[in-house]
Design a protein around this ligand. Structure first.
Ligand SMILES: Cc1cc2nc3c(=O)[nH]c(=O)nc-3n(C[C@H](O)[C@H](O)[C@H](O)COP(=O)(O)O)c2cc1C
Length: 164
């Protein structure tokens, strides 16, 4: 799909998994956000503490990506894991450091069963000069559970393709 790009962050692979599915269905580039200093995933408690704290304190950790030029795109799909009820800090960094203006935007979030409400509300607030066309959340999305999510994902892709 021309002029559409999906930008996402993923620490544990769930959002990466769904981003690749969207990329294939929409035939659009997907750009993975990386941190200069990635959160450690070796120890679950340490991971939840530091990544959760960074989200709760609205940190904007430095991205390792080369400058992301969005001029070529009029439609952006932005995907994040939910951390401590909110968007992940790397996606907050992206929204704070890359100029996003006058785009058609679709929001995706993944979580493990909590609420998506605050995460989407924050993302909408951080994209004030854009048109948010839709949002979709996926709970516990991995290869094994994909059959549960497939239909919703495809319906959302159809909406994006139709420009709804
Ligand atoms: C630091 C941290 C905080 C999280 N907070 C929440 C939460 O508040 N609600 C929830 O449902 N899931 C929460 N999760 C689970 C993730 O949102 C979920 O596993 C997500 O799909 C992870 O995406 P990823 O694999 O792309 O990193 C949290 C995970 C981490 C690492």
């Amino acid at each position: 799909m021309e002029r559409t790009a999906l930008i996402y962050y993923s620490l544990d692979g769930h959002t990466h998994f769904i981003a690749e599915k969207f990329g294939k269905h929409l035939d659009c580039p997907i750009i993975r956000l990386k941190l200069k200093q990635e959160f450690s995933t070796k120890n679950k408690f340490v991971k939840y503490f530091w990544a959760g704290k960074s989200s709760a304190f609205h940190d904007k950790p430095a991205l390792a990506n080369a400058p992301i030029d969005l001029k070529a795109y009029d439609t952006l799909i932005i995907a994040t894991p939910v951390w401590a009820g909110n968007l992940s800090s790397p996606v907050r960094s992206f929204l704070a450091t890359v100029a996003i203006d006058n785009k058609q935007v679709y929001l995706i979030a993944t979580n493990s069963g909590g609420s998506f409400g605050k995460c989407f509300a924050t993302m909408r607030r951080l994209l004030p000069t854009n048109t948010i066309r839709g949002q979709i959340g996926f709970v516990e999305v991995v290869e094994e559970t994909y059959p549960i999510h497939k239909e919703r994902l495809e319906a959302f892709c159809a909406e994006i393709l139709a420009g709804k």
